[in-house]
Write a new protein. Structure first.
Length: 222
């Protein structure tokens, strides 16, 4: 069974059991360490580690990656948007607990950064640009992904603004302790993360879960 969590209010999540409905093939090459479509973490004895993989090839479907404890523990999958206030609240309430579960070997975690809220940030496509940060870090500095994720939420701009500039996004990543020129260039749009960002911008359901968006974004459309 897969548990799919989508950011909602503090302490609230949506859980869905997924058995089928395979994702469509990739339309462009993806970042390294995201062959599942997200970045995966496992752990044992208090260590929280990234499961490193190749990237998706064009035309390839996301595929599961086995870990040493995959058959014994729940596989937790989160779909997050760095620009989403509900996702920020969910992570603030739950990320420490989830990370401890994984570090103790009691679960695995797969995080999918995905752009949902571009229309909430004027015409700057901030949601896409923000979640491209996740792709760049997963590709080039995966061990720092969780640190960057927390800093991105800490610096999340208000909706109905233009969001952060690319230069400011680079500065946020530096604040998280990651100073890598290749990551900086990727965030500025000069590396492979840009094509991933376009591929992962969703207009309908989020595969394979069937969920249409975060609780906040779904409410606004209703």
């Amino acid at each position: 069974m897969v548990v799919v969590l989508v950011g909602a209010g503090t302490g609230v999540a949506v859980a869905v059991a997924v058995a089928s409905n395979r994702p469509a093939p990739s339309t462009s090459a993806g970042p390294a360490n995201m062959i599942t479509g997200g970045i995966q973490f496992t752990g044992e004895g208090g260590r929280f580690t990234v499961v490193k993989t190749a990237g998706l090839r064009k035309g390839q479907r996301p595929e599961p990656v086995a870990t040493s404890n995959a058959d014994r523990v729940p596989r937790i999958v989160t779909y997050i948007d760095f620009s989403c206030p509900g996702c920020k609240a969910f992570e603030a309430a739950n990320s420490g607990y989830l990370k401890k579960l994984v570090a103790d070997g009691r679960a695995t975690l797969e995080v999918h950064p995905i752009a949902i809220l571009d229309t909430h940030y004027q015409t700057s496509r901030y949601s896409s640009r923000a979640n491209n940060v996740g792709a760049c870090v997963a590709d080039l500095a995966p061990d720092r992904f969780y640190d960057v994720m927390h800093e991105m939420y800490a610096e999340q701009p208000e909706e109905s603004t233009a969001g952060l500039t690319n230069d400011r996004l680079v500065a946020v990543v530096h604040q998280a302790g990651l100073n890598d020129p290749a990551v900086d260039r990727c965030i500025q749009g000069s590396a492979s993360g840009s094509s991933w960002r376009r591929r992962r911008r969703r207009r309908g359901r989020i595969p394979p879960s069937g969920i249409r968006g975060t609780a906040a974004s779904t409410r606004r459309r209703s």
